[in-house]
Design a protein around this ligand. Structure first.
Ligand SMILES: [Fe+2]
Length: 199
């Protein structure tokens, strides 16, 4: 099964800045995603994108929401339509005249699968947070106190253990940190700081 998108231009430049409202975004999220684990993952990535855009990129509220929206919807079609993962949500957002940058970020969050390279900072951070967030969440579930007292060292130990969260690609995590030009330690610390608030 190939998920290659076979294109790297999405939407229409004239829609730059167009977003879904929070209500529209959550309606789509709730209609399309029924798996609560996946819902939590998407909310975690959305929260990390929001926090990074605000704290590290110093973006305004409208841009912070664009980043959050990309995170919130990046796996929207994975639950019901895994065979057209990415393609379906991108086409839906194109139909709704959403900002092309949001579709590009979604399209490049797994470049090995979809064949689209992360280019913008939004693209790179979505790619960086996706797998790392999943691994750190899995680690929280095996710790008696969840995220409490979790540190970077502990996460890096789990990263080295190939059998732990074996489906999480270590290659993607390292590649994404390099592309984001952020140290893996800083990314891990950022996830540990922000992810526990998401329920
Ligand atoms: Fe994801």
């Amino acid at each position: 099964m190939s998920l290659l998108l076979s294109r790297d231009v999405f939407g229409d430049e004239k829609n730059k800045g167009n977003v879904l409202s929070k209500e529209e975004a959550y309606n789509l999220f709730n209609d399309w995603v029924k798996n609560t684990r996946l819902q939590l993952h998407m909310k975690q990535v959305a929260a990390l994108m929001h926090a990074w855009a605000k704290e590290k990129e110093n973006l305004n509220d409208a841009d912070v929401w664009r980043w959050e929206l990309a995170g919130l919807l990046h796996d929207a079609d994975w639950d019901q339509w895994p065979e057209t993962h990415c393609k379906k949500i991108i086409e839906e957002l194109e139909r709704r005249n959403v900002d092309p940058e949001i579709m590009h970020a979604i399209a490049s969050h797994g470049h090995l699968h979809f064949g689209v390279q992360p280019q913008t900072k939004m693209d790179k951070m979505l790619y960086a947070f996706d797998e790392l967030s999943g691994l750190i969440h899995a680690y929280s579930l095996m710790r008696p106190n969840g995220y409490e007292g979790m540190d970077v060292k502990g996460v890096k130990k789990r990263l080295k253990e190939k059998s732990f969260a074996a489906n999480v690609s270590r290659e993607d995590i390292n590649d994404a940190a390099n592309r984001a030009e952020t140290s893996l330690d800083d990314l891990i610390a950022f996830v540990i700081q922000h992810q526990p608030k998401v329920v």
